[in-house]
Design a protein around this ligand. Structure first.
Ligand code: SAM
Length: 264
């Protein structure tokens, strides 16, 4: 949470910190501000291309919920492309940053502060599509929380709605195939993101900034097949997984997977 705290607190034993709620303490002000300063939104938009917009348009989806808004990148891209967007995050401070980023571009974001696990308590109405991007789902450490969040997403979608959810390729990291050519795809060339500790229950990443500042994120290493199974378990009929935005890929190659889960 960007509550003005300048130092991340992972406790005495950082690799023992494996809690869903800890994300609030990881996105502290310095980290989030630095990230936003260094990540060139134009370059990121270029690297993603029209991938998400094309998927949504091809299925005639207009009303979109951005469930993990962060500082607002996707909400803003989609608003600019003419979609009706609701911007959600579990961190009120992140939502504030997203709103401010929108305002600077003359856009007014419709923000709702909500945790995915209780999404439908705070977000009303049904959506054509939900996006949960930027390796956000990885913050849930408990299987029960993952199932619950996906069930909430499912319930917030119209009968023919779709969920677009992405994740880092943790299989390649867990299986020892991680190489430094794999950079967090929107880190640009300024931030070096590398795994510092990996086991079946934790991927602890280190983010080094050009000014010497170092931050960490503790994440749950989702295997691709496991995420796909969770999506079908909660009721999605079709799940298609892209690797670095491509339909065909070698399993270990992609840095990121994007799952497009459809109710119909
Ligand atoms: N989508 C953003 C992007 O691509 O730039 C990235 C967001 S950041 C990696 C992950 C976001 O997920 C954070 O803003 C965090 O507050 C939010 N988040 C994590 N767990 C959450 C939860 N259980 N409910 C709601 N938001 C959550």
């Amino acid at each position: 949470m960007t509550d003005g705290t300048l130092v991340q607190d992972f406790g005495a034993d950082p690799i023992a910190t494996r809690e869903t709620d800890h994300y609030q303490k990881e996105y502290i002000e310095g980290f989030v501000d630095k990230w936003d300063e260094l990540i060139d939104w134009e370059a990121r938009a270029e690297s993603e291309g029209r991938f998400f917009i094309d998927i949504l348009k091809a299925r005639d989806k207009k009303k979109v919920l951005d469930a993990a808004a962060g500082t607002g990148f996707h909400s803003i891209q989609l608003l600019k492309a003419g979609f009706d967007v609701t911007t959600v995050d579990g961190s009120a401070e992140m939502l504030g940053k997203a709103f401010e980023n929108g305002r600077r571009r003359n856009l007014v974001l419709n923000t709702v502060h909500a945790d995915w696990r209780w999404l439908n308590k705070d977000v009303h109405g049904k959506f054509d599509a939900i996006i949960c991007l930027g390796n956000s789902f990885t913050h849930l450490f408990d299987e029960h929380d993952r199932r619950r969040a996906l069930a909430e997403f499912y319930a917030a979608l119209k009968w023919d709605g779709i969920l677009i959810i992405d994740q880092r390729n943790y299989d390649s990291i867990l299986d020892g195939d991680f190489s430094t050519k794999h950079k967090y795809y929107y880190c640009g060339d300024q931030v070096v993101a590398e795994p510092e500790h990996v086991d079946d229950g934790l991927a602890r990443f280190r983010y080094a900034f050009p000014d010497g500042a170092v931050y960490h994120l503790n994440m749950f290493p989702l295997r691709k097949a496991y995420t796909r199974k969770l999506l079908t378990d909660v009721g999605f009929k079709k799940v298609k997984t892209y690797g670095d935005f491509q339909e065909t890929y070698q399993e270990n190659d992609p840095d990121f997977f994007v799952h497009v889960a459809e109710k119909l």
